[in-house]
Design a protein around this ligand. Structure first.
Ligand SMILES: O=C(O)CCC(=O)C(=O)O
Length: 267
């Protein structure tokens, strides 16, 4: 076992948990290199959004990340915390220098996330996420509002900042209120007045460079229990991903299917 009973309980009761040191330094360095190259190439079809760059459907579109789907430690953690009926929800994002605001990832993608359906079936949709740099001493990591996964209304308190290091992963219930890096006053002004997402990225990126701030990269992948909630969630999230990627067809790469099969995870 990699996780502890306390971590499983924390995920259930508080809606999140953090697992230390899941990825090696070599894996982190490789993923940073891969994302720097991917987001540095304008031929790739990422989006300029949230003052940064983002690629949804990252598992199919960024081949260098596909190993994650059969990463032995990551899969053990997911199965220990979510269950052996683990399902990949076909929704994944890679982010580069994005800024964000408080939100729940479930909003709008499922009819009623708090419903208990016939046969006592309950929602079980989670994200595993990680940052490719340390956030133990800055505002760049994930903050969460503990227990907010049980409350439909968004909260308003400052939440808890999770002090993650590169290599750590966070698993959270997608109903949980969470936020990454909140824009500063200056960044808010730039975001408000710059006419295009690309210009917002360029100006805020320039400020990062002159303040010698490291590029901030992260990966978010959706998993869940294999039930009707997962079906509904997957369908709606894939439709959103397709809209973001400007396509009507969702194509699963052979390597993604193979890696999921190797990991014993239903796709
Ligand atoms: O930028 C971040 O760290 C947060 C991103 C996020 O909340 C999301 O992808 O749902």
């Amino acid at each position: 076992m990699i996780t502890t009973p306390e971590q499983k309980k924390q995920l259930e009761v508080e809606g999140y948990t953090l697992i230390k040191g899941l990825f090696s330094v070599t894996e982190i360095v490789q993923m940073r290199k891969a994302l720097t190259a991917y987001f540095g190439n304008e031929e790739n079809k990422f989006l300029y959004a949230y003052a940064g760059k983002t690629q949804s459907d990252a598992m199919n579109r960024i081949p260098a990340l596909r190993f994650l789907l059969k990463h032995p430690k990551m899969n053990s953690v997911l199965k220990e915390l979510i269950g052996d009926d683990l399902r990949f929800l076909h929704h994944s994002d890679a982010h580069f220098n994005v800024l964000s605001g408080w939100h729940k990832d479930s909003t709008g993608y499922i009819k009623n996330e708090w419903e208990v359906r016939e046969g006592k079936e309950k929602i079980g949709v989670y994200k595993i996420c990680f940052y490719l740099q340390d956030h133990n001493n800055d505002v760049g990591g994930l903050s969460v509002r503990p227990k907010s996964h049980l409350i439909p209304k968004m909260g308003s308190d400052a939440g808890v900042k999770l002090n993650s290091d590169a290599g750590d992963v966070i698993i959270f219930d997608q109903r949980l209120d969470h936020v990454g890096q909140i824009p500063t006053k200056l960044q808010k002004v730039i975001m408000r007045f710059m006419p295009s997402d690309k210009m917002k990225f360029s100006l805020i990126g320039f400020l990062r460079k002159i303040t010698m701030t490291r590029d901030r990269m992260s990966v978010f992948i959706g998993y869940g229990n294999d039930n009707a909630f997962a079906d509904e969630f997957k369908e709606n999230l894939v439709a959103r991903q397709n809209r973001q990627n400007n396509t009507t067809e969702y194509i699963v790469s052979e390597e993604v299917s193979q890696n999921l099969a190797e990991a014993g995870v239903r796709g």
